[in-house]
Each structure stands twice: as C-alpha cells, then as structure tokens.
Write a protein that binds this ligand. Sequence first.
Ligand SMILES: C[S@@+](CC[C@H](N)C(=O)[O-])C[C@H]1O[C@@H](n2cnc3c(N)ncnc32)[C@H](O)[C@@H]1O
Length: 237
Amino acid sequence: MYHTKSPPLEALSGSNPSESNLTHSVFEAVQRIFPEVKEQELARLKDEYETLRLELDRRYKKAGLLTFDGDPRLLALEDSSSFLVYLIVRIQMPNVLLETGVANGHSSFFLLNAILKNGQGYLTSTDTSQSVGSLLTDEEKSSWMLKVIDPTRTRESFIEVVESLPSIDFFIHDSDHSYLWSKFEYETVLKKMSPGSIMASDDVNYSYSFIDFTKKIVAKPIILVDKRKAFGVIHLK
Ligand SMILES: C[S@@+](CC[C@H](N)C(=O)[O-])C[C@H]1O[C@@H](n2cnc3c(N)ncnc32)[C@H](O)[C@@H]1O
C-alpha cells in the first residue's frame, strides 16, 4: 500500500531535524552534491545559465507559447530547478543522459546546452507524444534522441528504452508523476545507473513515490524547494 495524498514538506525533509534534506538555495544544493566545487566556478556557470535563460525566454515568446490560455512554463521545470540541473550536468560531465517528459523542451534545452558546452554527452528523452521539443534548435537536437513511449504498452516500451542504453550517468524524471509510474521509472533506471551517477526528479512533493524510493535504497536526497514544486536529487555512490 502507498499514501494516495501529496506529502507535506516535513515528510521530504528527512528524519534528522539537524540535517534536513531541504534547501531553498541552488548553490547549497549543488555544494552538497559536489562539495569540491569552487564558488568562482559557480559564479561563472551562473552567467552561462542567465544567458541561456534569456535565450529560452526569447524562444517562448517567438513561438507564441505565452498565451492567454495559460503559461506553458507551468508544466516545465521551474527556474531554480532548471539552474540546478544545468549546474549538475556542467559539473558532472555525464556521457549518457536519460530524461522522461519533454513537453515544449524546457528541461531538454538546459540539458542539451550543458552537453554542448561540455563537448561530450548524449541525451535520450522519452515522451508519449511525438510532437514535443518545439523550443529546440537543430544544433541542440544533434545531441538528442526522442523515444516515443507506446501508450498501449508503456512499461514494456520504457524498459526497452532503458535496456537500449549503456550505463546511465544522469537521469531526470519529469513525465507522469503518479505514484506507480514514477516508482516504476526510478526502479527501472536504478538497475542501469553507473557508479557516482545522479538521479533527479521534478515534482517530488506530488506523491510519496520519491521519498519511499530513497528510503528503500537508503539514500539521502537533496530536495530543492522551488516556488511551486520541489525538486529531488540523489547522488548514487
Ligand atoms: C511536466 S511535462 C514535461 C515538462 C518538461 N520536462 C519541461 O521542463 O518543459 C510532462 C510530459 O510528460 C509526457 N508524458 C506523460 N506520460 C508519460 C510517460 N509515461 N512517459 C513519458 N512521457 C510521458 C507528457 O506528454 C508531457 O509532455
């Protein structure tokens, strides 16, 4: 059995009150993951991120994606979570990256630009729709493969994608946030994660799935509390 409600932030903070999993600071989150990273390096990467953020904003506007019907960015990774993802990929320099849930391509944009700056790495993304990633340029797509999940056999289809990859260095979940689907993704990719790799997930406050997963594998996550949602990271040893 599992909780059907969303967890409160206290449930995400962990059992040790003097060493909470939660932070509101991107720099604190990244320094907990990579204690060796220097502040000067973070400041330089922040400048890179700001330039990319402006470019993405320009593309949202050009594509007419900001409509009176609602801001499509409500679906996307929030700003601090996007910055954290960008920093992790720039510092970790992963070769094999897997993302689930593309939509307009907001998170893919930061992943692919980090790959381009790193000069190494390849991103595979899954979605149930073929018509995703409209914010991405051809240059960004040169390091990208979209795999469409068959809606009639979603689990088998996802397992096939994971099995087609070599060991995964960086994984991010941002697809179907239901307890059972996100649990299934975390558990499926775990078998394929490389030593020292990173598992990340948006919307970890949506269900108990991420917390239960970290307890099961006895991992201490870092939870970045963003404006509306919480973003979780596990550094696998
Ligand atoms: C929250 S949006 C992704 C937002 C995106 N990461 C961003 O930052 O803009 C969720 C996406 O997951 C896709 N999706 C839903 N169920 C899925 C599944 N089982 N596997 C892969 N993608 C799925 C939806 O089509 C949608 O594009």
